[in-house]
Write a protein that binds this ligand. Structure first.
Ligand code: SF4
Length: 464
């Protein structure tokens, strides 16, 4: 069984520093193909049906707001930097068309138990625009009581008054992009936001009854050192958000243009990054946080930690979730959705996205109809990432296979992970150990059929 107090040494972190996907989907988005198009998407939507049965099927919504006022140099997101707020109004008009295309197929009033506004910066939208977006969504879908309604918040774009609006609109979870509290680091990445401002906002969020506050941190940024990052960690622990997401910065300036503005000589060394990760784990676990898995920590009473304890965690494009696995309609430029046994992605540029909608077409440009083999592997990978164990029998029954015959090669590969103490191969299934839980991505990768060559692996970020 895994516990959260397992010693994770720097030597171990170094040993398992291999490239790998985050498995917010399987197959991963780099496997999507252009042969999957609008017709396939509409077909998948139609299969949900439109009657009472379809209305009862759980549904998630993701809305991508691509705009940001200024560029953070570490950014690898799909965003548009602009100070022209008139762009937001135009974008909302197109979102409205995209929503109407959906409800023309699936009907209005589908129950939604999870909504996430991401970006870019959703808080680029002013209060009126956020209000009209939420009105639009509520006119077409039914936001169910008890659902998770979250929004990414750029602390530079909100004040306590804006939090009132977010609460009033029904959001119950906020995610603040912090990255690092150190001023020198903030200047080096062109994202200056005083710590006091974040403290004030989190305090105000608590007073307004938001159920959960998440803070995003990044280690490996320019001007960071283990000592400077330790100070940020101390401030975060003092802030005590319900959830913390801790990501490694991957410097890939040839792939992400903004990163060319980062001076590589200012980046911490690999050894320093490992030290930062190791200190973060020690700090958060020492402060009572539970390691949920894959970059995420939560306070024991937070619903994510509770779901982990109860074996109810799921994983979707936003990371870990407490909501049951369900279809995800993704709206907006570049967003990725999942309907039935398909994945689909919208056009990546505004021009293409608007053009499709001007022609009354869904802006889907690529995707994938997952195969039966993909489904089996997805079930195994998600069980490993979310529950930390796989029962052969449950996979056998669900997919009519004989696990150990179907995965002969993978079982062999797991032997070496067992020798290294990351998993235990039991009579009835695979158990990830306390130590292995911190490297669960390496365990999941064994079952990824597409990761056969080192060349494919090189495209993914390092685990650390
Ligand atoms: S990191 Fe976030 S806020 Fe900064 S430019 Fe990228 S999307 Fe915008």
């Amino acid at each position: 069984m895994h516990s959260d107090s397992a010693p994770v040494t720097e030597a171990l972190l170094r040993q398992y520093d291999v490239s790998g996907p985050r498995y917010t989907s399987y197959p991963t988005a780099d496997r999507f193909v252009e042969a999957f198009g609008v017709d396939d998407y509409v077909h998948a939507l139609k299969q949900r049906g439109t009657g009472a049965e379809a209305l009862a099927l759980p549904l998630s919504l993701y809305v991508h707001i691509p705009f940001c006022e200024s560029l953070c140099y570490y950014c690898a997101c799909n965003k548009i930097i602009t100070k022209h707020h008139s762009k937001a109004a135009e974008y909302l008009r197109y979102l409205s068309r995209e929503i109407e295309l959906h409800t023309a197929v699936i009907g209005t009033g589908q129950g939604v138990s999870q909504l996430h506004l991401g970006g870019g910066s959703p808080t680029f939208l002013n209060d009126d625009e956020l209000r009209s977006l939420m009105d639009l969504l509520k006119r077409h879908f039914t936001l169910l009581p008890g659902g998770e309604y979250s929004i990414e918040v750029d602390p530079r774009t909100v004040n306590t008054k804006r939090l009132d609006t977010l609460a009033e609109l029904g959001f119950n979870r906020l995610s603040f992009g912090v990255q690092d509290f150190d001023t020198a680091v903030q200047k080096a990445v062109h994202r200056v936001q005083p710590a006091e401002q974040v403290f004030e906002l989190v305090k105000a969020a608590r007073a307004r009854g938001f159920e959960s506050v998440n803070v995003d941190l990044i280690y490996g940024l320019p001007k960071q050192s283990p000592t400077s990052f330790e100070r940020t960690l101390e401030q975060v622990v003092e802030l005590r958000p319900e959830r913390i997401a801790l990501y490694a910065y991957a410097h890939l300036p040839e792939r992400f243009k903004p990163q060319r503005r980062i001076h590589s000589v200012e980046l911490p060394t690999g050894g320093e990054k490992i030290s930062m990760l190791s200190r973060s784990l020690a700090k958060f676990l020492g402060a009572g946080y539970v390691y949920v898995g894959m970059d995420h920590f939560a306070l024991p009473e937070d619903s994510l930690a509770v779901a982990k304890r109860q074996g109810r965690l799921h994983r979707n494009f936003q990371g870990y979730s407490t909501q049951p696995d369900c279809d995800l309609i993704a709206l907006g430029v570049s967003s990725i959705g999942r309907i039935g046994a398909t994945y689909s992605q919208n056009a990546k540029t505004l021009e293409e996205y608007y053009d499709a909608l001007d022609h009354g077409r869904f802006p889907v440009v690529r995707g994938l109809a997952v195969t039966r083999d993909d489904l089996v592997r997805r079930a195994v990978i998600m069980a490993l990432m979310c529950q930390g164990h796989v029962l052969y029998e449950s996979i056998n029954l669900a997919y009519l296979i004989e696990f150990r015959d179907y995965f002969t090669k993978e079982m062999e590969a797991l032997q070496s992970l067992q020798e290294q103490g990351l998993v235990v191969l039991e009579e009835t299934g695979i158990q990830v150990t306390a130590k292995g839980w911190f490297f669960v991505r390496a365990v999941a990768m064994v079952f990824d059929r597409y990761l056969q060559t080192d060349r494919t692996r090189a495209k993914f970020s390092k685990i650390i």
